[in-house]
Design a protein around this ligand. Sequence first.
Ligand code: GCO
Length: 450
Amino acid sequence: MKLEFPKDFLWGSATASYQVEGAVHQDGKGITSWDEYYHMPNREYNGDISTDHYNRFKEDIKLMKQINQKTYRFSVSWARILPNGKGEINKKGLQFYDDLVEELLENNIEPNLTLYHWDMPQTLMETGGWLNRENISHFENYAKILFSHFRGRVKLWSTINEPASEVIEGYIQGTHPPLRKNYSEALQVAHHFNLAHAKVVKLFKEMNMEGKIGIALNPLPIHPASDKEEDKVAAEKAYAFHSDWYIAPIMAGKYPEKMFKECQRKYKSPRIQPGDMELLRDAKVDYLGINYYMRKVVAHNPDSTGNIDDTFKYVRVKDGNYTDWGWEIYPEGLYELLSKIQDDYGEIDFYITENGMGFYDKEQENGEIIDNDRLDYIKQHIIQVHRCLKDGISVKGYYVWSAIDLLSWTSGFEKRYGLIKVDFKTLERSIKKSGVWYAKFIADNFMECN
Ligand code: GCO
């Protein structure tokens, strides 16, 4: 069967500032929450150099061009623009993104700019980070600088990348900065992310910006481990916790009711001020960005302490296809997720802002990477994108995570994602087999499959 895609479909790949740029002290950049985190005692790696994309972006864009990419999603490091998160603009930092955008436009690659992908200026982190409501206005200011500067040149914007990851890993599990384990704080931070997002969406419209603005969420499709009622309830709770808690405020300006009541009872959080929910309701996004990697299967947890995320437990599926990091490869989940969101909230344009898989890439003797597993992963997910299109779900673009090998936040440089290989000793780049395949696929804009 021949699967054809719309002519204007945007095929691309993505990265995030801290994971690729390196150059952490170059040209006046301020310290961020992740610089701070990686320079705590006993950390084995850090992003000080990473792929050195900051100094090698031209070479990287050349390779993206060879892959025939129509678009590239990257994030701006707030602390390069405003080293303390507020105050004077650092011209050299802004110039870097200006050069990057110009290079992309010259190569006919559509820039897709994310304002915030987790690297919080440390000065603001020290005043409470996202827990401090006042910091929202600094984010608005920062957004305004970028909107004015890139008006007419950047047409695809997203506000925040995966708020759920920062909330859960940064404030519940304590594995990402600021290493907190406090449910009440976590829920408040999630609310502040929504307010920050909404204010910036409003600003985008007030400034009459050309183009589209959205957010990149990472909802998970969740299946119950059995037909038992208690497992079904567990799956509903897990979906509210991981997914709908972040989708509902963006799509409908509300929080999922049951979880909201439970959180008020247990944690007296989030605290909502008059006008907040109106603001969320009024901030209509032009699209929803989805970062999709895996599904989760859950069962009722009989040993629950009663916290919102341990009334359910994760179950490994027999015969499931898992990576070395325990992520289940489940392409159908992408279709299930998008159709569920559309059923729940109505039609919206989707962009798959991230999709890809981390593997240990094994080099051939000549250094080549024959990454059939990644190639197959991407192919299977693109087939699901086609299934969405066929069923009337409007998907406008797809970004492989990642454009190039980079630093995995808590798995280091061993877990590889790139279409482009980086030799981290020499920083030499080369296109992997998956990249060669993607280039041909983009040029054809169709796929033959059985
Ligand atoms: C990792 C993660 C990341 C994320 C991305 C989220 O291993 O570090 O998979 O690379 O996918 O940063 O937006």
